[in-house]
Design a protein around this ligand. Structure first.
Ligand SMILES: Nc1ncnc2c1ncn2[C@@H]1O[C@H](COP(=O)(O)OP(=O)(O)OP(=O)(O)O)[C@@H](O)[C@H]1O
Length: 374
């Protein structure tokens, strides 16, 4: 007999796993492949093992929303399920994927889940769409920036407006690297190893970085100074703390990407303007920020301000931050997977065996189907 569905938010930085109906994930793991594991699975693995000993090993399983280490992903998931004492073969799985990934990526996910994790049934949904469910609304625009992907997903009455979804390949991981670059210039920070540097930059980013803005109430919770392992100090007035967040609005220039890499406010404006005229006001009036990289103090105000400049004056932007930005996709997935008729939309093992992995494209749930608006 099957147990409750398992919800698996497979992020570029962390994987969040739990049961449908629960508010927060039971297990949150860095989505990284240890050097020791990598040494068993790739040619020239001894170098990875040496890197581990030198404490410089970092092998992310995901590269901007795309699985780059399949063996690593399976090991991370198996470890998480073991921690939950859950047997994948006894639970349908609701899995998240970044929007606009290649179709073949979804098929490979399906294949691995049926063949290697032996799941009885599977559904794959966009993480951005789920975040809106976590706020209990069905119409709105989600702006989600996690560790590796920035996405804007408009939903009208639970339908994803597919043609207006935007996705770019930058996120918190890029901000951490950019902050490290800024700190090495501004305070001559020289970490003893890349791993030590990375951890320190990430901690500074999460505890001190904020949006360039003068609202002292919103900024009050941030730390005043941070002592880096090399003895250097980052103080609250450091220019790099706000400049790091500016990169979300100017990724092409600050993260040195090509012009295609628009800032989140431009992606959001395009998502709204490319949706039907009759839905624009409803979308702009309920903008939800989700994903860990939207947690910077002052973010709602800045997004609202920048976005409003790009919208007609009759379309008013109202922006709010979801309650737990890093868990919002999981929470939304947990709500969706608890809906009584949702299980009918899952791809079953017999469908997989009969039609193959590509059948998943025919099994979209309601919230991932194109709208049928007149
Ligand atoms: N308080 C914070 N302030 C700023 N950034 C934060 C904060 N907390 C977490 N982050 C950043 O958020 C990112 C992780 O967010 P999240 O878990 O939503 O991403 P993900 O699901 O792993 O990746 P993605 O959705 O991009 O595939 C990390 O880069 C982390 O450093």
């Amino acid at each position: 007999m099957e147990g409750p569905p398992i919800v698996l938010d497979n992020g570029s930085g962390t994987i969040k796993v739990g049961f449908a109906g629960e508010c927060e994930p039971r297990v949150v793991h860095d989505n990284v492949f240890t050097a020791l594991r990598a040494s068993r699975n790739v040619p020239g693995g001894e170098d990875f093992a040496k890197a581990l000993q030198a404490n410089t090993a970092r092998f992310p399983v995901m590269d901007h929303g795309i699985v780059s280490q399949w063996e690593g992903l399976l090991e991370v998931i198996e470890a998480a399920l073991e921690e939950m004492k859950a047997d994948a073969s006894k639970h349908p799985v609701l899995l998240t994927e970044a929007p606009l990934n290649p179709t073949v990526h979804r098929e490979l996910l399906v294949e691995r889940f049926f063949e290697e994790l032996h799941v009885p049934a599977l559904q794959v949904v966009h993480s951005g769409a789920l975040a809106l469910y976590a706020t209990n609304s069905r119409t709105g625009l989600v702006i989600e920036v996690g560790d590796g992907v920035a996405q804007t997903v408009p939903l009208y009455d639970s339908y994803v407006i597919f043609n207006a979804v935007k996705r770019r390949d930058y996120g918190g991981r890029d901000l951490t690297a950019y902050l490290g670059e800024l700190m090495s210039k501004e305070i001559n920070h020289r970490p003893s190893s890349s791993e030590v540097g990375w951890r320190a930059w990430k901690e500074v980013k999460e505890s001190m970085c904020r949006v360039r803005h003068k609202n002292p109430v919103e900024e009050a919770s941030k730390q005043l100074s941070f002592y880096l392992p090399d003895g250097k100090v980052v103080t609250r007035d450091s220019e790099c703390l706000t400049k790091c967040v500016d990169a979300l609005f100017e990724p092409a220039r600050l993260l040195k990407r090509d012009e295609e890499e628009q800032g989140i406010h431009k992606m959001a404006a395009e998502s709204i303007l490319e949706s039907g005229r009759d839905t624009q006001k409803a979308l702009a009036g309920n903008i939800v920020l989700s994903g860990g990289s939207m947690s910077f103090p002052g973010m709602c105000h800045r997004v609202e301000e920048e976005l409003q400049k790009l919208l007609p004056t009759t379309v008013k932007a109202a922006v709010k931050l979801v309650k737990s930005p890093t868990y919002a996709a999981f929470t939304g997935g947990s709500i969706v997977a608890s809906m009584p008729d949702l299980l009918d939309t899952f791809m079953t093992r017999s469908e997989y065996e009969e039609h193959g992995a590509a059948f998943i494209h025919k099994k979209s749930v309601r919230l991932t189907q194109p709208p049928t608006m007149s």
